[in-house]
Design a protein around this ligand. Structure first.
Ligand code: 5GP
Ligand code: MN
Ligand code: MN
Ligand code: MN
Length: 293
């Protein structure tokens, strides 16, 4: 484990000087070219694919879905301890969708459900929705009703921390880099870094699971146009400061899947593909308690 960490710190030159006047963090493709050779991609820890579930004492089973965009009933949920949803569960923040999702999750029998919002779940970003609702709806949805619906049967994380029954530390944030001015968007560079700076450092609070809507740069972030859409500042914060055991996200539907850098398991759990078809299976991850830092 230490070996992997040492290799990482030796090989990841995450700090480098930008040319004067240029925000390198604002250009994910350019920065990816600079760091890609030094990024480790090692075999992902084995992921159970069986549909049977023995509640083992030594681990917590996560079932991960994301980006259901109203089609949650087309996503079959295997059993597990914690259901995690990484945002974009609506098309445009529809309160009815949030309420139905609540019911669906209740029926699914998870002891705990953890959720963050994404750029489509705009009624959970009242400041944004008050400014922009007319772009999406003829009659505004009620942001307070949306907030009540999301909080009804799950742990809704919005730049906040939560501890599971089994003692895992989780943190969730809904933000993603600017893209056509949707909800919870922040410009790349210093504005979005401010969001990640609120996440506790490993020394402060060792996070087992970090849930973000956006992928970090280079992990499940390659779009169908073959551009990297992930957030450099998030990658840098994860690899050098936060060091969570698992980073769960969605947002870039075509980046569905997992990768591992020797320190953090990266999971893009997008349930819909890039054409919004519900064809990606929930990703199941067992987080062992024995390996806990
Ligand atoms: P969503 O609208 O659900 O947030 O994202 C849907 C799709 O839009 C993604 O699968 C991806 O193809 C594209 N997309 C979203 N954000 C970005 C971005 O920041 N950059 C690029 N190039 N594509 C994005
Ligand atoms: Mn989406
Ligand atoms: Mn509507
Ligand atoms: Mn999204």
């Amino acid at each position: 484990k230490n070996g992997a960490k040492d290799t990482l710190s030796q090989h990841i030159p995450l700090e480098f000087e930008a040319e004067a006047g240029r925000c390198l963090a604002c250009d994910p493709n350019a920065i990816w070219e600079e760091i890609r050779d030094k990024q480790l991609f090692v075999g992902v820890p084995s992921i159970p694919v069986t549909s049977t579930f023995d509640r083992r004492k030594n681990s917590t089973r996560l079932v991960i879905i994301s980006d259901t965009h109203g089609q949650h009933r087309n996503v079959h949920l295997p059993k597990g301890d914690i259901l995690i949803r990484a945002g974009d569960f609506t098309k445009t923040g529809e309160v009815g969708t949030i309420q139905d999702l609540s019911r669906y999750c209740e029926e699914s029998g998870f002891a705990e459900i953890v959720v963050i919002a994404g750029n489509h779940d705009m009624t959970l970003d009242p400041e944004y929705y008050q400014r922009k609702w007319q772009r999406f709806h003829r009659i505004p949805h009620d942001c307070q009703a949306a907030q009540a619906a999301i909080e009804r049967n799950c742990h809704y994380l919005k730049d906040s921390t939560w501890t599971s029954l089994s003692g895992l530390n989780l943190y969730g944030s809904p933000f993603s880099p600017d893209f056509f001015d949707w909800a919870f968007n922040r410009p790349r560079g210093p504005p979005i870094r401010q969001v990640w700076d609120k996440i506790p450092s490993q020394e402060e609070l060792p996070l087992d699971i970090l849930i973000t809507h956006t992928p970090p740069l280079g992990r499940g972030d390659l779009t169908q146009e073959f551009v990297r859409a992930g957030c450099y500042d998030l990658l840098q914060s994860i690899q050098t400061r936060i060091k969570p055991r698992v980073n769960i996200f969605g947002h870039i539907h075509e980046g569905y899947g997992t990768s591992f850098d020797g320190q953090t398991l990266f999971v893009n759990g997008s349930s819909l593909d890039v054409r919004f078809q519900p064809i990606h299976r929930p990703i199941v991850v067992d987080v062992s308690h024995a390996d806990k830092a």
